[in-house]
Write a protein that binds this ligand. Structure first.
Ligand code: NAP
Length: 567
């Protein structure tokens, strides 16, 4: 075994076959972990290992393989930009690629950049512990192997820790049929032929799953959707990509990527619904996003709804800042649901009522509302009586019992903090991330590091733009920043934020959300931790935009890692 490149000599021993000494231990082989490994290797930091619980690469695209699963950002942008040959060679087939195509892309990247020998698959992290005397992180795993490293980089994503409510545990324990969580869908699709299938949850996962299951993708079946909160879901407008579009994209990648990096959400195609900035074949005849719905009278609004259907909803700027404007589009949305869904009781139940549009992560769909017109699809409105138990035969609710053969839990994730707290990370003086964040929510400096956890970095951690952006853009920016920092740490021991810098950043993250629909008191989103009972209600990602955030991170480095203490 080669001696670690960055570790101080004589600080660790390697007298145990179950121990591996590393410069950097990376946790997770999704898109962030794969690029992190590649970037460090190409920065001449070679003694690096990735630990991955799954048997393959892809992270979220490895675990989420439910029918209908696809990305919600145009694939030409939801892809790596770090290698020109890669983006020229790879051709996406659809505007928003389905999971199998994204997983194939992840595998292509792993092979192309020879990453597999740097990844220990089927290895789950049980505990990550800092030894203050040695200044070394110990990462313990379920394979009995321990990794000792100067640095740890968590590349665990933001939505990788499935939410497992009590009813999920009851189902796993009591239910005679099949229990599946969308975030842990089996590699071999189950056969639903002739079965009674229940889908619990109407977030992105449930909304993508329903039309495919209802249309018999896994066999002809009866489907019952159990809905607690209706969604403002909008059409995805997914479609196959023409050769011309693909060629235009490839020709313009320099411009597109530059635009992404300087933008708010990491997407240059924000314009694509109103006419792409570079491709003529993605044009919908919509009013520009600068328009204000308050400037139109009722007849004008209805005329637009007649013409554009749901599309009209997302095209008005004032909707995001004015509750009055928001209420107007809520009414338009309700009208459109009633036009699409034939049964009036079902349409009413599917209409959101108690929270503003745009306060949750926007869900997009392909024929979600239309699926309720199929004879094999039923809705159970849980506002009329909630689920009380999962029994051997199905679901017991306050409005009656329902027998099923399959229960699909599309109930989401313990977002942003869950993937980190579940790693069981112990820092200086025995403090833990879960303990530190339990009452007041996550505290980080730039979403990159935490006080008390020296040399531990979090790619797309809470307090960074992460889930409010095209994740690929945020991942690349974080990985590049962290990799350069590790190179700059040669000959130095530890890097850790100051308490002052962390507190200032936490305050700033909080300040920039003020006035936004995202923190509206009526909104219960996973951005706020509101989907997990007992989780503190804190808006976790950074709303300042990826362009501005990148500048802040660059400035911090330019000013000698301002806000960090380096020893
Ligand atoms: P989610 O948005 O949190 O939705 C979970 C659903 O389950 C909600 O309808 C929720 O109801 C319901 N639910 C939770 N616990 C329940 C319980 N005990 N009883 C009844 N219903 C319950 O989760 P998700 O759909 O997995 O999506 C999470 C995020 O993952 C998305 O916002 C998106 O960022 C990402 N995602 C992306 C894609 C994509 O890019 N295409 C696809 C899937 C997921 P309440 O609303 O009442 O809590």
């Amino acid at each position: 075994m080669s001696r670690a490149f960055l570790l101080q000599p004589n600080k660790t021993s390697n007298n145990n076959n179950n121990e591996q000494i590393l410069d950097v231990c990376i946790i997770g082989a999704g898109f962030s972990g794969m690029y992190q490994l590649h970037k460090l290797r190409s920065s001449n930091v070679q003694n690096v290992k990735v630990i991955e619980a799954g048997s393959g690469v892809g992270g979220t695209w490895y675990w989420n393989r439910y029918p209908g699963c696809r990305c919600d950002v145009p694939s030409v942008e939801y892809s790596y930009s770090f290698n020109e040959e890669l983006q020229q060679d790879w051709t996406w087939t659809e505007m928003m690629a389905p999971q199998p195509e994204i997983e194939k892309y992840a595998n292509h990247v792993a092979d192309r950049f020879k990453l597999r020998d740097g990844i220990d698959f089927n290895t789950k992290v049980m505990k990550v512990e800092y030894n203050e005397q040695e200044k070394i992180w110990y990462t313990y795993t379920d394979t009995n192997k321990t990794y000792k490293s100067k640095f740890v980089i968590t590349c665990v994503g933001c939505l990788s820790n499935p939410n497992l409510p009590d009813i999920y545990h009851q189902s796993a324990a009591n239910f005679k049929g099949t229990t599946i969580h969308t975030g842990r869908w089996p590699k071999k699709n189950p056969d639903f032929s002739g079965k009674k299938v229940c889908i619990i949850g109407t977030g992105s996962s449930g909304i993508q799953t329903l039309p495919e299951v209802a249309n018999g993708k896994l066999g002809k079946c009866e489907v019952t959707v159990m809905q607690r909160t209706p969604q403002y879901t909008l059409p995805a407008n997914n479609h196959p990509l023409s050769k011309e579009y693909v060629n235009n994209t490839k020709k313009n990648y320099d411009r597109i990527r530059k635009f992404e990096r300087e933008s708010a959400a990491g997407i240059s195609l924000v314009d694509y619904l109103g006419g792409s900035i570079y491709s003529p074949d993605v044009q919908l005849p919509l009013p520009p996003i600068e328009d204000n719905i308050m400037d139109l009278n009722e007849d004008e609004r209805l005329a637009l709804l007649d013409k554009y259907g749901f599309e009209v909803i997302r095209k008005f700027a004032d909707v995001r800042v004015s509750e009055k404007a928001n209420k107007i589009v809520q009414d338009l949305f309700a009208k459109q649901v009633k036009r699409v869904v034939k049964d009036p009781v079902t349409a009413e139940a599917l209409t959101p009522k108690d929270y503003p549009l745009g306060c949750k992560r926007q869900v997009i769909d392909t024929n979600f509302f239309e699926a309720f017109n199929l004879p094999n699809v039923k809705l159970v409105d849980l506002t009329k009586g909630k689920i009380s138990a999962i029994t051997a035969n199905g679901v017991e609710t306050e409005q009656g019992t329902f027998d099923f053969d399959v229960i699909i839990f599309a109930v989401g994730f313990d977002a942003m903090t869950g993937p980190l707290t579940s790693l069981n990370i112990h820092g200086k003086n025995g403090q833990t991330i879960s303990g530190n964040w339990e009452k007041e929510g996550p505290k980080t400096y730039l979403g990159l590091q935490m006080v008390g956890f020296p040399n531990l970095f979090t790619v797309t951690g809470p307090g960074s733009p992460s889930v409010l952006s095209n994740m690929m853009v945020s991942i690349e920016q974080h990985v590049d920043w962290i990799s350069q920092t590790i190179v700059d740490m040669k000959g130095k021991e530890t890097i850790e934020p100051t308490v002052e810098a962390q507190e200032k950043w936490v305050k700033h993250v909080n300040d920039v959300t003020q006035g936004s629909m995202l923190v509206n008191p009526s909104c219960n989103s996973w951005y706020l931790g509101a989907n997990i009972p007992g989780k503190p209600r804190i808006f976790m990602p950074y709303l300042g935009g990826v362009g501005a955030y990148r500048e802040i991170c660059n400035e911090v480095r330019k000013e000698g890692y301002k806000g960090f203490q380096i020893s």
